[in-house]
Design a binder for this molecule. Sequence first.
Ligand SMILES: O=C(O)CCC(=O)C(=O)O
Length: 291
Amino acid sequence: MKLSDDQIQAFQSDGYLVAENMVTDADMAPVIAEYETWIDRRAEALLAEGKITDPAADQPFGQRFAALYAQAPDIGDGMDIMAMRGPAMFAFLHNSTLLDAVESLIGPEITCNPIHHVRAKPPAAFSGTGAGFYNVPWHQDAGVTWAEADESDIVTCWLALVDATVENGCMEVMPRVPHFLEHVAEGGTTIRPDLLPEISPRPVPVRKGGIVFMHRWTPHRSTPNFSAEVRWSLDLRYQKTGTPTGRPFHPEFVVRSRSHPETQMSDYAEWCQLWTQALESAGKVQAHRIK
Ligand SMILES: O=C(O)CCC(=O)C(=O)O
């Protein structure tokens, strides 16, 4: 769905945009089904290993991961996009509604940046309130790329797979920060505390299917999930084709090209192979830009 002129202007001036009703339930259903299947198999494996006693098979998508996490916090190991490499997810990375919106912001030659994650944020009662993958401290996405991407227009698309609320730990943003700030490693990659702008954070709740678009310099964090359910989301990034991704050791691929449509990557097996090779050979590269 193309963004309106007002939405584009808001993104350009504030560095973020909350856009409701971007992606339909039908668009998300195959991705959710893929995760349901994966969790089912993982629960079976954990049961066989004796790590859980209750596979919580009757629990719905918004709750099952929490019931399993409470028994075995490693339930999510291997679930991230590049590790699981599901065909429905690969297809979703090309979602035309999403790409139409991205095209409104960066133009029609679009590459999928390799930084993308699925997050199933469990209730803090199980995972705690400390900073980490689930309670991500203040950072700019430019802080998790190499400096080679400083001039690349990378847009973060944070998509709610269930309603994201203040209670369940939606994103918070600081608007209008027009430059990069140094990051350090303190409970995760975070803006150096003395450089953190004195800007009132804005929580950005968004309903299922809505997207929070963020500029690479927009400071953001997510707060603990104080609800009883799982906050499921995807954070995907897209950029103009031909600009550095900031992760040269991980695969990028063209998802849309109006001038050279033949360059779009639609081969699922090729995507899997690129990731498999990259994960084998990248080893312990320092991906984040921390002092
Ligand atoms: O989803 C979250 O909790 C954190 C996401 C995030 O920090 C990001 O997308 O850069």
